[in-house]
Write a protein that binds this ligand. Structure first.
Ligand SMILES: Nc1nc2c(c(=O)[nH]1)N[C@H]1C(S)=C(S)[C@@H](COP(=O)(O)O)O[C@H]1N2
Ligand SMILES: [Mo]
Length: 211
């Protein structure tokens, strides 16, 4: 049994039973220091915007899990769907508030593959060759999802469609666009930006930008 996974399921059950989330910050306090608010949702990538038709799209989830899977688009869309609104902070100093995402909770994906007790980190790979890494408990938060829609519309290719990871409590580079592979690990591996001077923890509220 994976402790982080059990704890996340317990939190989720409490929330479903009516226990409310912590009160959101007032809007005036939702822009972390060193950030400015934008409304135009800028695009950031490595110069590649891979175009993956939904018919051939696959999401591989494996590593330190009991039940590795390869999800086709229909399998992914058949999983429990959630809508969550969160704020988005890019380390290049822009933040956009109230981004509404539809998709599948990371917790639901974990439920499907059942992380082993040894799993403590998660490595994400994108179809563009990008990668990023996070501790498992960060991924199991109840606002982390693999999103396929933004503000009610299918995610456009430039923003990571068909599907991308959203991890609102970290700088946005911690969420892979065009996600293709999610690997549970028993150790940490640095991703693309983490290997190039960016913080491994990436907390916008402490301006945790560089390593
Ligand atoms: N696959 C992939 N995911 C990625 C990136 C990337 O280049 N490739 N850039 C990251 C960075 S630095 C940010 S700020 C956000 C940007 O998302 P957006 O282009 O939708 O604003 O995606 C993150 N995820
Ligand atoms: Mo970014």
């Amino acid at each position: 049994m994976n402790e982080a996974y059990i704890a996340a399921k317990e939190r989720w059950a409490r929330r479903q039973s009516g226990a409310s989330r912590p009160a959101p910050r007032p809007t005036s306090e939702r822009i972390p220091s060193g950030q400015r608010e934008v409304h135009n949702f800028p695009v950031l990538d490595l110069g590649v915007k891979p175009s993956i038709p939904r018919e051939t799209w696959e999401l591989r989830i494996g590593g330190e899990v009991e039940n590795p899977v390869v999800l086709k688009w229909a399998d992914f869309m058949a999983l429990p769907q959630v809508r969550d609104t969160s704020d988005f902070h890019c380390v290049t100093t822009w933040s956009q508030l109230d981004m509404t995402w539809d998709g599948v909770l990371f917790l639901s994906l974990a439920e499907l593959v059942r992380p082993k007790s040894t799993a403590n980190h998660v490595f994400f790979k994108g179809y563009d060759g990008y990668s990023t890494n996070n501790p498992i408990e960060v991924c199991l938060d109840d606002d982390v999802l693999v999103a396929h829609s933004w503000n009610g519309e299918p995610l456009p290719v430039e923003h990571g469609g068909p599907a991308r990871v959203i991890l609102p409590k970290r700088y946005a580079w911690k969420g892979s666009k065009w996600v293709r592979e999610i690997t549970f690990l028993d150790h940490d591996i640095l991703g693309f930006w983490e290997n190039r001077g960016y913080s491994n923890t990436a907390d916008p509220w402490t301006e945790d930008r560089f390593s």
